[in-house]
Design a binder for this molecule. Structure first.
Ligand code: NAG
Ligand code: NAG
Ligand code: NAG
Ligand code: NAG
Ligand code: NAG
Ligand code: NAG
Length: 398
């Protein structure tokens, strides 16, 4: 009989099993036991969890007994070839990637960035950082101002720059901007490629687990407070700062497309400044969203601008209570027209900067109010740099 043959083979293969002169009754008992065990194993392996457990066990056995020298070789290959004599899974290279260069595609990058540790406590002393993400078409004219702003706060921030592909900022190796360009792609202003670039910045910044707040800035942005004030304001905030409002005009609701129904209704539609500030939780949620981003990609085309509607609408629909609904980046729309005012050399005065910092209005902050509504401001022409540098000590306090 096939079964008894198999049973014998088993007995012969496994060392230390019962001897051949055992009684028929005992061998029947064993055959029943084996069938029972095989049945249980088949039943259990249909569950993927158990499956993994068993393959792990099998792998361990394989390593320990079967082909020990070979597994040793493969470990050695990893150590020498892939990681240049570094521990392949060292916490250091995981937590503080030295090099922003990588060859991940957007899809691979967004997937990696969406990962969230399940454990609440960290196995290292985590000092939360603010990620400053610069979206620029070329040089950063305000760079000397920013360098002065960052000076002396090395451990509390990270910088990411999305410039034109291949563009390298002309800065010295001591600058905090040195080699902070992320792998970028061509951006056409007003199209979804701009929103893609923002996702790319967010995702690269998410790879550093210490980054807790994420602020998007342009080449024409300036800080109006010192670093410590900005840091405390953002890290201490219970809300993210994404402007989100209902604009009934053709520049707001007029950009809505009925094709977005039923997933996004007109009553869900929101508008807001592209220059957002969000915390880690919302950043992860944002780069993880495919459904709504795809709808925007498909149906929000000029004169609909995804960068002005996607985040304000998405957050309003699902995470409104986590949002302050206002921006921390000041801008002047008072002149009217499609573009905000740009300020040059002639416009920079102490009273002007002071009025951005505090114009007597109070803004809600956590459960209370604060005279500090804006931490950053735009748009400033390159010629504004010199007079601004003159004001950092007296007005901006850095
Ligand atoms: C690992 O290294 C050994 C010896 O150096 C080599 O023969 C083998 O092809 C390598 N394997 C891989 C996967 O690189
Ligand atoms: C970063 O990685 C790229 C490609 O892997 C390499 O060419 C470059 O030299 C690295 N830079 C640093 C500073 O290690
Ligand atoms: C922001 O707007 C949402 C509605 O989208 C609201 O639920 C939330 O309370 C607002 N946040 C604050 C801080 O007022
Ligand atoms: C900047 O200053 C110039 C010259 O005084 C003035 O004409 C212009 O209106 C100012 N711009 C803004 C946005 O205030
Ligand atoms: C101060 O800023 C707030 C918020 O931007 C604005 O609504 C208000 O009109 C400003 N007040 C003055 C006096 O400039
Ligand atoms: C900046 O300050 C220096 C010295 O205080 C002064 O000479 C220069 O004219 C100032 N520049 C501007 C643009 O205000």
């Amino acid at each position: 009989m096939a079964r008894s043959k198999g049973e014998r083979d088993d007995q012969e293969k496994s060392p230390g099993s019962i001897t051949k002169d055992s009684t028929i009754g005992l061998s029947r008992l064993i055959s029943v036991l084996i069938i029972f065990v095989v049945g249980v194993v088949i039943g259990l392996t249909s569950s993927s969890h158990i499956n993994r457990y068993f393959s792990l066990q099998a792998g361990q056995f394989y390593n320990n007994y079967a082909l020990a020298p070979m597994s040793d070789t493969s470990v050695r290959n990893c150590t020498i070839v892939n990681c240049e004599r570094e521990d392949c899974l060292s916490m250091e290279s995981f937590l503080h990637p030295k090099n922003l260069t990588h060859s991940m595609s957007d899809n691979e990058l967004f997937w990696r960035a969406s990962m969230v540790p399940k454990k609440e406590e960290y196995p290292y002393s985590r000092v939360p950082k603010v990620a400053f993400m610069f979206l620029t078409r070329g040089p950063l004219p305000m760079l000397p101002l920013w360098e002065r702003f960052f000076e002396g706060h090395g451990k509390l921030f990270s910088i990411y720059v999305h410039a034109l592909p291949g563009y390298e900022l002309d800065v010295s190796s001591t600058s905090p901007f040195y080699r902070r360009e992320i792998p970028s792609q061509h951006v056409e202003w007003g199209t979804v490629s701009l929103a893609d670039a923002e996702r790319r910045l967010l995702s690269n910044a998410l790879l550093d687990f210490s980054n807790e707040r994420f602020v998007l800035l342009s080449e024409s942005c300036i800080p109006v407070y010192d670093f410590s004030t900005v840091y405390k304001y953002l890290i201490g905030s219970a809300h993210s700062f994404v402007q989100s409002y209902d604009d009934p005009s053709r520049y707001g609701r007029g950009r809505y497309s009925r094709w977005m129904k039923p997933d996004i209704r007109l009553s869900d539609w929101r508008k807001g400044s592209q220059w957002f500030e969000i915390n880690r939780n919302l950043a992860t949620i944002t780069v993880s969203d495919t459904k709504y981003y795809t709808i925007f990609r498909r149906y929000c085309k000029p004169a609909c601008y995804p960068d002005e509607h996607y985040l304000p609408t998405f957050l309003h629909m699902f995470y409104g209570s986590l949002n302050a609904n206002r921006t921390v980046t000041w801008v002047d729309w008072s002149l009217g027209g499609p573009h905000p005012a740009t300020f040059d050399k002639a416009n920079i005065t102490e009273s002007f900067i002071q009025s951005i910092r505090n114009n007597g209005t109070l803004c809600s902050y956590n459960s209370g109010e604060t005279p500090v509504c804006y931490l950053f401001a735009r748009k400033f022409a390159p010629s504004a740099l010199e007079p601004l540098l003159n004001l950092t000590k007296s007005i901006m306090k850095f």
